[in-house]
Structure formats: structure tokens, C-alpha cells
Design a protein around this ligand. Sequence first.
Ligand SMILES: C[S@@+](CC[C@H](N)C(=O)[O-])C[C@H]1O[C@@H](n2cnc3c(N)ncnc32)[C@H](O)[C@@H]1O
Length: 194
Amino acid sequence: MFEKPFSQACENNKRPILAVLERAFANSKVVLEIGSGTGQHATFFAQHLGHLVWHTSDQVQYHQGINAYIDELSLTNIIRPRPLKVGEDSFPDIGADAFFSANTAHIMQKQEVMLLMHSISEQLPPGGVFCQYGPFTQNGKFNAKSNEEFHHSLLERGYGGYRDIDELREWAGLLSLAEVIDMPANNHMLIWKK
Ligand SMILES: C[S@@+](CC[C@H](N)C(=O)[O-])C[C@H]1O[C@@H](n2cnc3c(N)ncnc32)[C@H](O)[C@@H]1O
């Protein structure tokens, strides 16, 4: 039997993230999530942000898990995962006026993050919002020793590692960084607006 994936981090961060999204996505209608992972975030946010249609996406090997979370609930405002690996697949044309991505920028390769920022800048309509959550460096500095250690362990394992907020700004095209919010566990929420 298929066992649903589970992330304790998602359980810990979903309520603080929701508190930000309630405000940041107050006027949004269609959200595309990049890298939905387990599906815990998507189902929780779709449940609590009923005014939104929440589109999930990720690499295909994650789809069974995301679908398992979706199957547990009878939500009408969540869309089953699309295959979307930034760098390989093009962004779907679904009329998204908002994007969300959590804990993806330090996993992706640098080129993929550049493309992520560029593509969202291109796809969002004026007034659109991108909420980007995760650990980042600021002015080239880690905000915790544990983050620095994790960054090095990611590089050793072939992942892209932490991105600096200034670096993201350079790649963000028509997006401007409206807010940098400190989040629990030494994470940040970056709110980008077009
Ligand atoms: C650490 S997990 C985070 C999952 C979830 N968003 C969360 O916060 O728990 C990293 C996610 O990034 C996705 N990912 C990595 N590279 C990607 C790429 N090039 N395009 C899209 N997603 C990617 C992985 O498939 C995975 O779901």
C-alpha cells in the first residue's frame, strides 16, 4: 500500500505561512505552486484560502504523494499536479495571478532559480504576487550556524545551495521585492510584486 509522504517541517511552518498568505494573496484568484513536494502545504492552503484556486506542480515522482493528500479531502479549489521541472518544462498557461514556492530555491541549481525568477516575472500580470518561502542568505551572510552547515551539506550532495536575496533580486526582472518577512526556524518569506 502506498504510504503518504510526510514532512514535519511542513506541519511546523504551514500556519505561520498561512498567516502571511492570507494577507499577500487577499486579492489573488489563481495560484500556481512550484515544487508542491508532499502536497501538505497545497491542501492546507487550499482549505484555508477558499477564494483561491490552488494549482499544484512538481516533478512527476512527487505526484502520487500530492494526489494522496488531495484524495483525502473533497476540495473543489485544488488542481491535481502538473509535471513542472523548471529548466525542462514550460510553465502552464493557466492565467495565474499569483505564484507560491517553498523550500525550492536552495534545492534547485543556480540556472534553474534564475529561470524560475525570470519565468514568474514574465508570467505574472501587473499587480501579480509571488510568495517565496525558505532559507536564504542576506548580504551574503547566513542567519544561523545551522543554515550555513545545511548549505554546505546541500552542495556536497549536488544541490544548488542557498541563494542570496540580492542575487534573486538581480534575476527578478519586472518583480520588485515588496517585503522580506522573518519566519520561524530562521526562514524568510519574500513577497515579490509585479
Ligand atoms: C525541499 S522540497 C520542498 C517541498 C515543499 N515545497 C515543502 O516546502 O515542503 C524541494 C522541492 O523542490 C522541487 N524541485 C527541485 N528542483 C526543481 C525544479 N527544477 N523545478 C521544480 N521543482 C523542483 C522538488 O521536486 C521538491 O518537491
